[in-house]
Design a protein around this ligand. Sequence first.
Ligand SMILES: Nc1ncnc2c1ncn2[C@@H]1O[C@H](COP(=O)(O)OP(=O)(O)O)[C@@H](O)[C@H]1O
Ligand SMILES: N[C@@H](CCOP(=O)(O)O)C(=O)O
Length: 349
Amino acid sequence: MITIKVPCSSANIGPGFDVVGLSLSIWLTLQVTTTTDTTTTHPLNCKITYEGEGAAHVPLNADANLVTRTALYVLKCHDQRTFPASTHVHIVNPIPLGRGLGSSGAAVVAGVLLGNAVGKLGLSKDRMMDYCLMIERHPDNVMAAMMGGFVGSYLRELDPVDMERKEIPLAEVLPEPAGGVDTGLRPPEPPVGIGHYIKFGWAKEVKAVAIIPDFEVSTATARGVLPEVYSKKDLIFNLQRLAVLTTALTRSPPDAELIFQAMQDKVHQPYRKHLIPGLPEILASVTPQSHPGLLGICLSGAGPTILALAIHNFEHIAKVITARFKQEGITCRYELLEPAYEGAQVIES
Ligand SMILES: Nc1ncnc2c1ncn2[C@@H]1O[C@H](COP(=O)(O)OP(=O)(O)O)[C@@H](O)[C@H]1O
Ligand SMILES: N[C@@H](CCOP(=O)(O)O)C(=O)O
């Protein structure tokens, strides 16, 4: 059996829009075996079973499910048109979908690892990132999920030929489901070295409380409300804070006042407030002064999850934010999470 484990992630951490990501301790797991049911043949040789978040609507056909569709992309780039005969992929997914905890990033990373493993391709993690970035085109979630921990990344400026390949419409990279029928087309291979990253340190006592509302915000929708251009003032506001934040979160004991201010943002959160009722009030009212133990608070990824970084008082902080959402008629659950330092793993047994 091959087991593939990929952590969820929280992108942005306030000012680091599309730049920083923190992998966290909720794990998407794939169990890959050979199916014993030889009476049924599955399209593209792949039987999918699924349990966990979104089980009622996540597709179970290999050319539609994001995990196996991604794996097929990697396989087809290596002239393997299907999964090896009788592949069975059992997906266990505790990452809530569309909540800003990087479920799609984890699915893409898991899919690339799956393609690499079943196709026996021997790709490095760095090369696999290129495949991930052809599909999820902001690096923060996929980089953190693959590499683990608190990660900063940038996309290299590509030469015009590579840029053309990288900008190929997503529909050509991941063609629409063809009902198990192979279109015969070889998909575009990624340029080499699209994304580059560095792992920051992390003060061990800092934990992440994720307050997860019971509604979804698709990342595509939440990117659609952002402006095309920003003022110099707002850009400098974020850059100043991000420069301080990445080191402030490594220091022990953490400086709550410094971190709280360094987690302020003017690039994405203000524009997303219409998608998340109560967001500005929550971000402004939960502070280290009002809630000892709190270090900083932000929208997790594109939301609607709120991420509170804290060193103690976790339950109280979660309950206060949950109560504020309740005033808006929104119910929440919360999880106390730790960084997933090791990132994505493939275990063969
Ligand atoms: N394990 C999975 N298997 C299949 N599809 C998934 C999985 N995880 C996420 N997805 C797809 O990704 C979508 C959510 O992506 P997105 O809107 O980017 O939100 P998130 O913030 O959770 O990444 C889901 O609606 C689903 O289509
Ligand atoms: N930088 C992206 C991150 C999206 O994260 P997700 O977990 O909501 O998919 C953005 O803010 O759009």
